[in-house]
Every structure is written in structure tokens, then in C-alpha cells.
Design a protein around this ligand. Structure first.
Ligand code: ARG
Ligand code: ZN
Length: 959
């Protein structure tokens, strides 16, 4: 989510994007499946033959357009066949213009498409026969089909479950217009891909492959067309009719559209791939504002939602304007249409979507009012609004040639939204939060069978690749260009990228080349970051020769297992400085060392006095850094590092060391003992420091999370690991109780002194530190600490206050836990997003009865499997946050989750596949848990009718 990505990385956390597969395993799986399915016919050619053998022919002859035989294509799916990056070939045909005419209805919508088709190039001819035109289409009822006004003979085409093939011989030699008329059923579309019904509106989601569920098309991003749309629907139920681009005309034509109908006509002048198409129709309300670009054009900005949420849109509007200004100032990029619309939708598979001129958002990523959104939600809304807006250049103006290039737009856009959020608040806080998220989600993915390079080599269901690797690690890779080239060099590269590729569909190699050419650099070796899966390790050792006044640092990189031991070395930027050992600052300012060999030694001359190296400052590369530091050195760095990230990292490393030691002891059934004094002292020092930035203070006190710890050990023992985290939290709280109480009181008093809720960095920091203290204190499970939770809950002035108190109270053993639950539930019962927080907190609560409580939650009338946010709040939170119960020794947590995957898969394969990822860790679990988890994967694999989305995750996890 990042806070701000647009996928949901783990269920329960939103990444814009929010938000998985080993190269060798992934490729092997692809090859194996192609063989099993297609016999000896490997590769694209074999697959094509195999497919067409499966495609049934349309039976009855079309007489008139309206009478063309219908073939509904729901039901039997072709067995999943992986697509390979190496197989890319341009399409045989281009579609340059699209006109879509929608007769809208929630039960049934008719779509008439006129496509201006022409041969892609001379290569479209093979011998004398023209290539077949193979259009993608799913779940469509075909009513009519004609070329240049003449209906097609039945022998001229065939219609299968996922495609419509028009024989080459039936096609004109040059350009022609293909008309199709299809029907879809939005209300039955619970997969939320294509055209569907949510709340009181019809809306669309086309990325990655949803457009083919709206009409037949060459549904791939390198087919770019200019779109115009006419949409008509009942005026009462759908007073608002929106699509991409500019509104040309709106009105009433009952003779054409039927009584009670109205229509709107939209045109988008910018050529775009089909995944950026969007349409929304419903009873929406909106807020409106405007923005003057730096060249003086006025852009109208509208944000739409269902009527009861219009009061929660202002914050997003401000964030949108800040994003527009920032992109002009930092990258020189201006908005290009006269209108920018955002719509908030409550049933949405991901965070948000950057459709040209008509962004569609999950309500969770756009609505914000103090009483329903937490500080973290405000930060996420700002980040996601920026992310989607930034896509207008990085994604829309310059798009991806094929889906293997997804990180071209997502990694780059996440990098841009991270930089924006850093500029809006605090660079250090943002960087630490982003790295925490990267480690928890992406490093965990890298350590699982779902590891894959940021540019995958193969996929079955593209929707499975909106991963932390493509997004978060993709952003780290972009950040490394900036580290290697400097800010100005990076900007030069961006300018050249846009100059060369504006209006085109391009590749990651094109981006790398623009960066290289603009800076006169050779970035050939840098390609390894796009081809290798897994997290590399960099070992650092150093020696200081006081006599010779030299300091030498030796860096050695070890490829991740996922990439294979013989993987070539990567080009790794390592930001470095030398600190004076007396704590008085830097002996040598920051510079970027470039590690390009397997091992290299960097020697610095004229080094005066005792020094301490500062390595991988700002987390300049997404690697595991291994540097042998004593506890005392870490304590020194906690106090004296000049790099804010590394200062935090020292605290994190010390805590990690203590936690992993305790988890080890627990696994050996040894007592955990006392919390080491060095850690207690360091945390006390952090706590009592009257820091300028309380968010940094809170982050320094944050314990490493379960997932990050898991991905840094060979064998995960879930119960001892949970016990170690609980032991350290309680141990710190017990030893530091007076300090925690006093910092809590200070922050709470400062907060009470402020007038109204404000999500500025200082206010957020105050509440963050207060709530960090409360969380520690609640671990004591004592009468006075529990009373403090209840007091904060009852006196809550905003959602941040209430949720932090409710979460803290959810960990206590007495009756206060359910009392807090009732108080919170009462506050949020009428607000779906706030109610999700209640569900999430209940599902995550570490109590002995957790599993039966989660089952109860799912039987409540307000629970529904058709709303992804609610599913993520309950099942997602259970699997991702309730480690103790999810990993229960009797396997009941796994069995429960598997059943949820099966039930959900029938409704929404994308969300089910995401949930199935929680089983990908099985290989690294201690044998008993691993076997139980594996058994659930095997059961899923045997389940008849599983979607290809979920099956891909299951199969890959088992490899
Ligand atoms: N492009 C969107 C974003 O990151 C996300 C689309 C996700 N699509 C999906 N099928 N998961 O801004
Ligand atoms: Zn994105």
C-alpha cells in the first residue's frame, strides 16, 4: 500500500497500488504446464494451435445484425497457459480509433463497439493469407458482428470462451471498421473486473485485462487508440454519466434511448491502451474546484462519491492540487486535459486506478474525515491521490509495451509518490516507513516460492503480479538510478525518457537507456536488477590503519538463492560516510560507492583519528546488509549516526538481535531471561529525549514485525517468534513504565491543547508517540494501563485516538476488551470504512478464542464476501496480523483460511488469489507447521473449478 501503493500487498494493508515468484520455479512451472497441456508444442506457436483446437464455433448463421446467434461464454475456462516475456511479438493488427456506445443497465448493458482496424505493418501478411484477427473477450454475449456494415458469415469467424477469431480470408486488405454488439451482466460481476455494479453505481476496472469483459478487443497495452464514448442510461438511477477525456454533449433523446433515459458523449484526445478506459454511471454527488497550471491553463477538478460521503472529499482535493503543483516543480510535468475527475467506489479490488482523466478509487484511499480516518489513512490518501495523478505521465502518456514491463510505470510512480510524500512531511520518517514496509512485504515475498524479478519472465494471471516486488522493489530500483546519477542526472534522464517516448508503449530497457544516454553512463550491468529475483546480501568489513591514516572498506555481494549462486554481480550503489568515534560528526561526508564486482575494497586516505563507518545510508540499495557490529557500536550509532535512516536502523538491528536470540531460545525450550540492559538503556534514552520529531522517536521504539523477522531467518518457528515479540514488548514496558507514562501524558496533554484535528506532520508525530507508549503499556495488562486505554477511547476526539485505544485494549485479558469493542462498534456502525477498522482489530486480536471470534465476525449481517475491503478487514487481517492463531499448532488457522480461499474464489478470484498467498511461507516454517500448511495448498490444488488466478499462486507456492 505503502501506506500509499495501489495494490493490496497483504490483505489488510493497502498499497496503491499498495502492496511474488522465484524465477527458476516460475519458469519451470510455466514450461511444465505447457508440456502437460500442449504436448510437444511449446512456445507461442504451440499454444496458439492448442487454443484454436479448443475454440467452439458459433452455430447459427447471423441473418441480421440483431439476430446474430448469441454465445454466452461463462463457464468452462481454458486450462491456464503461461505467457512468456521472451515470446513478445507485436500484434498483427492495430486499432487506431474506438467508438463505444453503451446502453447502460445494472442487470444488462449492451455495448456496441466500432473499431478502426488496420494491419500493424506489412508483416501482417504471411504468404497470401492475411493473419486472423484474434480479439480477446470474456463473459460476453455476442449479438452482432459486421465489417464495414456487412454482417459476417458464420464461417468467417469463431467464438470461444476467451476470444473471437475472424478468419484472415474474411478481412479486407486495408483498413476496415469492425462492429460488435455484446451484452454483459454488471450485477452478476462479483469479480469486480470489467463493468460491474457497486453501491449505487456502475463502474469499470480494466487493468490489467478487464476491458475484454466489456467488449471484444486486442486487450494489450501496445494497442493504443483514440476513444469516443456515448453512454445512455436511466436518468433517475444514473444522473451522473462519466468517461475519459472531455464531455462533448449531454442530453435527452428518448426516441433513441427509451423513456426516462439520458445520455452523455465523451471524447479522449490522447491515444491510450484499453486498460485505461473507464466509465462510471450512478447517483453520485461531487465537490468541485479548479487548478491553474504553470502555463496558465485552468483545469476543472471534480471528486465524486455516494451522497453520504461528499463531506469526506476535501482532503483528497487538496492532495490532488499539491500533487499537480509538485509534479510541475520537481519534474516539469503539467496536466494535459481541461478536466480531471476522481470517483470513490466502495467495492474495489485494489487501491485505485489511473484511468485517463477519470481516476477510480477505493473509498479507503480517498475518503478522509477526522472521525473515520486515522492519521495513517490521511497519509495514505495523500500518497495514493498523488500516485494516480503522477501516472498521467508515468503510465498514461508513456505506457508499457506489454505487462511484463509493469514496473516501468509502477516502480517509477511509487518512487515519485514516495518522493512527493517525503516533501510534504518528513523525508526521514517517510524513508523509514517505506523500508519497514519493503522488508515486511517484499523481502518476505523474495524469501518465498513466489519470488520473482521486478520484471517477471512468465505469468498465468497478470493480476497476480501487482506485487510488492513489482511496486516496492521496483521503486527501490528507480531510487538506485537517482543514487548513481544524482538528482540532476536523474531529472535529465526523465526529460530524455519523455522526449523520446511520449505517446508510446515502451519497455524497462528503454527507460534504462534514457537514463544512461542522458548522463553518458554505461548502465548495462544495472539490467541485473530487472532479471534477478530475490534479495542480495552485501557483507561489509573494514580496517583502519591509524599509522598510514587509511581506512578500507571491503564489500562482498552474495546473490540470493532464488537467483542461483552463479548469478552475475549486480551494480549496487552503497551510500557511505565516516563518523568520528567521539560522536562529534562526520570525518568524511557522504559519497556513493559503486559495487560492481563480486567483491571490492575501497580505500580512503588521510583519515584522521578514530572513525566509525556509516554504510548503506538512506538504505541506498534493497539488500540485506551484514556488518558485524557489537551492541555497543549499535548503541553509538543510535546516538550519533548523522543519517536518520541509519540511526533508526541501529535501533532496529539491536532489537532484531535480541528478538531472534529470544526466539531461538524459545524454539530450544530455554527460558527467555531478561531484556538486555543495553537495549533497555537505548530505548530509555530514545524515550526521554525531547526530540524535535516525535514520529522518528515512535519509529525508533517500534518493534521489528513478524514478517520481517521471519524473512531474516532460515527456519521460522512461529510460536516462539510470537512469544519473543510478546516477551520483549512486555519486558520493555515493565522496565520503562514510568517513562512511558510520562511521555504518554506529555503527548496527550499537548494534543488536548490543540483546537481541531489536523493531519500535519507535527500533530501526527505527537499522536504516534503517544500511541506507541499506549501500545507498550497495554502489554502490561495491568489495571491502571487498561484504564488508560479506556480513558483514551472514551475521550477520543478523532479516529486516530479511538482506534489506537481500541487496539491496545484488544490485547488485554479482562472484560475491558469486549467493553472497548462495544464502545468502538457503536461509534462506527454507520460508516463502512470505520466499521472495517472494528472488524480488522477484532480479527487481529491475539486472544485464545481468536478463531471462533473470527468465525463469528463472518456471520454478522454486516459481513459480506462480495466487498473486498470487508474481506481484507477480517480474513486478511487474521492471516497477516494474527500470527499466533493463524499458525496454531493444530492447523486450524490454516484450514479456516483455505476454506475462505475456496469460498471467495467463486466470487472474486483476484482477492482469493491474494489471500492464498498467505500459504507461500510454508517451506521456511518448522517442519510440523510447514507440513500442515502444505497440506492446505495441496487440498486447494485438488479443488475442482479453482480460478486460474488462485491456481497459479497455489501451484507456484508448491514448487
Ligand atoms: N494501476 C493501478 C495503480 O497502481 C493498480 C491496478 C491494479 N490492478 C490489478 N489488477 N491488481 O495505480
Ligand atoms: Zn500505480
Amino acid at each position: 500500500m505503502r501506506g500509499a501503493r495501489v495494490v493490496f500487498g497483504v490483505l489488510g494493508a493497502i498499497a496503491p497500488c499498495a502492496h511474488a515468484h522465484r524465477l527458476a520455479g516460475w519458469q519451470a512451472s510455466g514450461a511444465a504446464r505447457a508440456l502437460a497441456i500442449g504436448g510437444a508444442l511449446g512456445g507461442a506457436h504451440g499454444r496458439r494451435l492448442f487454443r484454436s483446437a479448443l475454440v467452439p464455433r458459433t452455430a447459427s448463421p447471423p441473418t441480421t445484425m440483431a439476430a446474430t446467434a448469441a454465445a454466452t461464454t461463462s463457464g468452462a475456462e481454458a486450462p491456464p497457459v503461461p505467457k512468456l516475456r521472451a515470446d513478445y511479438a507485436p500484434p498483427a493488427y492495430a486499432i487506431k480509433k474506438v467508438h463505444l456506445d453503451f446502453a447502460l443497465g445494472a442487470d444488462e448493458t449492451t455495448v456496441t463497439a466500432d473499431l478502426a482496424v488496420e494491419p500493424w505493418d506489412a508483416g501482417a501478411r504471411t504468404g497470401d493469407a492475411r493473419a486472423d484477427l484474434v480479439l480477446d473477450g470474456e463473459e460476453l454475449t455476442l449479438d452482432a458482428l459486421s465489417i464495414d456494415g456487412t454482417p459476417l458469415e458464420p464461417s468467417a469467424y469463431s467464438h470461444g470462451p476467451t476470444s473471437l477469431t475472424i478468419r484472415g480470408a474474411a478481412l479486407p486488405a486495408g483498413a476496415f471498421t469492425l462492429r460488435t454488439v455484446v451484452r454483459t451482466k454488471p450485477r452478476l460481476n462479483t469479480a469486480l473486473s470489467g463493468l460491474y455494479y457497486s453501491g449505487r453505481m456502475l463502474c469499470t476496472q480494466c487493468e490489467a485485462e478487464g476491458f475484454r469483459r466489456i467488449t471484444f478487443f486486442l486487450d494489450r497495452p501496445d494497442v493504443m487508440a483514440v476513444y469516443s464514448v456515448r453512454m445512455a442510461g436511466p436518468q433517475a438511477a444514473m444522473p451522473v454519466l462519466l468517461s475519459n477525456g472531455n464531455l462533448l454533449k449531454a442530453g435527452v433523446d428518448e426516441a433513441r434511448d427509451g423513456p426516462g433515459s439520458h445520455f452523455a458523449e465523451w471524447a479522449d484526445p490522447f491515444p491510450k491502451p484499453s486498460y485505461l478506459f473507464a466509465l462510471v454511471a450512478g447517483a453520485l454527488q461531487h465537490i468541485s474546484s479548479s487548478y491553474v497550471t504553470r502555463s496558465g491553463r485552468t483545469v476543472t477538478l471534480n471528486i465524486y462519491s455516494e451522497p453520504e460521503s461528499v463531506d469526506a472529499l476535501e482532503y483528497a482535493m487538496g492532495a490532488l492540487k499539491r500533487s499537480m503543483r509538485w509534479d510541475e516543480e520537481v519534474f516539469g510535468l503539467e496536466y494535459d486535459l481541461d478536466l480531471f475527475n476522481i470517483v470513490a467506489v466502495s467495492d474495489f479490488n485494489m487501491g485505485a486506478m489511473e484511468n485517463k482523466g477519470l481516476n477510480v478509487f477505493n473509498t479507503a484511499c480517498v475518503l478522509a474525515r477526522p472521525w473515520s480516518a486515522t492519521d495513517a489513512d490521511y497519509e495514505r490518501v495523500e500518497g495514493v491521490v498523488a500516485h494516480e495523478y503522477f501516472h498521467n505521465w508515468t503510465g498514461n502518456r508513456v505506457t508499457c509495451r506489454d505487462w511484463f514491463q509493469l514496473t516501468l510505470k509502477e516502480g517509477l510512480t511509487v518512487y515519485r509518490d514516495q518522493a512527493f510524500s517525503a516533501d510534504m512531511s518528513s523525508e526521514a520518517v517517510k524513508r523509514i516507513s517505506d523500508v519497514r514496509m519493503l522488508r515486511a512485504r517484499q523481502f518476505a515475498e523474495d524469501a518465498s516460492p513466489l519470488a520473482h524479478p521486478i520484471r517477471p519472465e512468465s505469468y498465468v494471471a497478470m493480476d497476480n503480479f501487482y506485487t510488492a516486488t513489482v511496486y516496492e522493489k521496483g521503486a527501490e530500483v528507480i531510487r538506485m538510478y537517482a543514487a548513481l546519477l544524482g538528482k540532476a542526472g536523474f531529472r535529465k534522464g526523465m526529460d530524455l525518457y519523455f522526449k523520446r517516448h511520449d505517446g508510446a508503449a515502451v519497455t524497462c530497457d528503454d527507460f534504462r537507456k534514457a537514463m544512461a544516454d542522458a548522463n553518458g553512463r554505461d548502465l548495462a550491468q544495472f539490467e541485473g536488477w530487472y532479471t534477478q529475483p530475490g534479495t542480495p546480501t552485501v557483507h561489509a568489513t573494514w580496517a583502519h590503519d591509524a599509522g598510514a591514516r587509511t581506512f578500507s572498506l571491503t564489500l562482498r555481494q552474495v546473490p540470493p538463492a532464488a537467483a542461483g549462486a552463479s548469478a552475475p554481480p549486480l551494480h549496487v550503489p552503497v551510500a557511505f560516510a565516516l563518523l568520528r568515534a567521539d560522536g562529534s560528526g562526520e570525518a568524511l561526508g557522504e559519497r556513493v560507492l559503486e559495487l560492481t564486482e563480486r567483491e571490492a575494497t575501497f580505500t580512503l586516505n588521510d583519515v584522521e583519528g578514530e572513525v566509525v563507518p556509516s554504510i548503506l545510508r538512506g538504505f541506498s540499495a534493497p539488500v540485506h546488509l551484514v556488518a558485524q557490529r557489537t551492541d555497543a557500536e549499535l548503541a553509538f550509532l543510535m546516538a550519533h549516526e548523522t543519517d536518520a535512516f541509519n540511526r533508526w536502523e541501529a535501533a532496529n538491528a539491536l532489537m532484531t538481535r535480541v528478538l531472534l536470540g529470544a526466539a531461538d531460545a524459545g524454539a530450544r525450550r530455554e527460558p527467555l531471561g531478561e531484556v538486555p540492559a543495553v537495549l533497555l538503556d537505548a530505548c530509555r534514552a530514545t524515550l526521554v529525549e525531547r526530540a524535535a520529531d516525535r514520529s522518528l522517536q515512535a519509529l525508533a521504539l517500534a518493534l521489528p514485525d513478524f514478517d520481517t523477522l521471519s524473512s531474516s531467518v532460515e527456519v521460522v518457528h512461529p510460536q516462539p517468534l510470537c512469544a519473543a515479540i510478546g516477551w520483549l514488548k512486555k519486558g520493555l514496558a515493565a522496565a520503562l513504565k514510568p517513562e512511558l507514562l510520562s511521555v504518554y501524558a506529555q503527548c496527550a496533554a499537548d494534543d488536548a491543547a490543540t483546537a481541531a484535528y489536523s493531519p500535519d506532520a507535527e500533530s501526527i508525530g505527537r499522536r504516534r508517540l503517544r500511541d506507541a507508549c499506549l501500545s507498550y503499556l497495554s502489554a502490561l495488562d495491568e489495571a491502571d494501563t487498561t484504564a488508560l486505554c479506556m480513558q483514551q477511547l472514551k475521550g477520543a476526539r478523532c479516529m486516530t485516538d479511538a482506534l489506537a485505544a481500541f487496539s491496545a485494549a484488544s490485547r488485554v485479558s479482562g472484560p475491558a476488551r469486549l467493553e472497548a469493542s462495544a464502545i468502538f462498534a457503536d461509534k462506527v456502525k454507520d460508516d463502512p470504512l470505520a466499521l472495517d477498522k472494528w472488524y480488522r482489530t477484532r480479527a487481529a486480536a491475539d486472544v485464545p478464542s481468536a478463531l471462533s471470534e473470527v468465525r463469528e465476525l463472518m456471520s454478522l449481517p454486516s459481513f459480506s464476501l462480495t466487498n473486498p475491503n470487508r474481506v481484507r478487514a477480517v480474513v486478511g487481517a487474521f492471516t497477516a496480523l494474527n500470527h499466533k492463531t493463524f499458525h496454531k499448532e493444530d492447523g486450524s488457522g490454516y484450514a479456516f483460511t483455505a476454506q475462505c480461499v475456496i469460498d471467495l474464489d467463486k466470487i472474486n478470484p483476484q482477492v482469493a488469489a491474494r489471500l492464498a498467498r498467505s500459504f507461500s511461507a510454508w517451506r521456511r516454517l518448522e517442519p510440523a507447521s510447514g507440513a500442515l500448511m502444505k497440506a492446505q495448498l495441496e487440498q486447494l490444488q485438488r479443488t475442482p473449478g479453482l480460478s486460474r488466478n488462485t491456481l497459479e499462486i497455489v501451484n507456484t507456492s508448491l514448487q
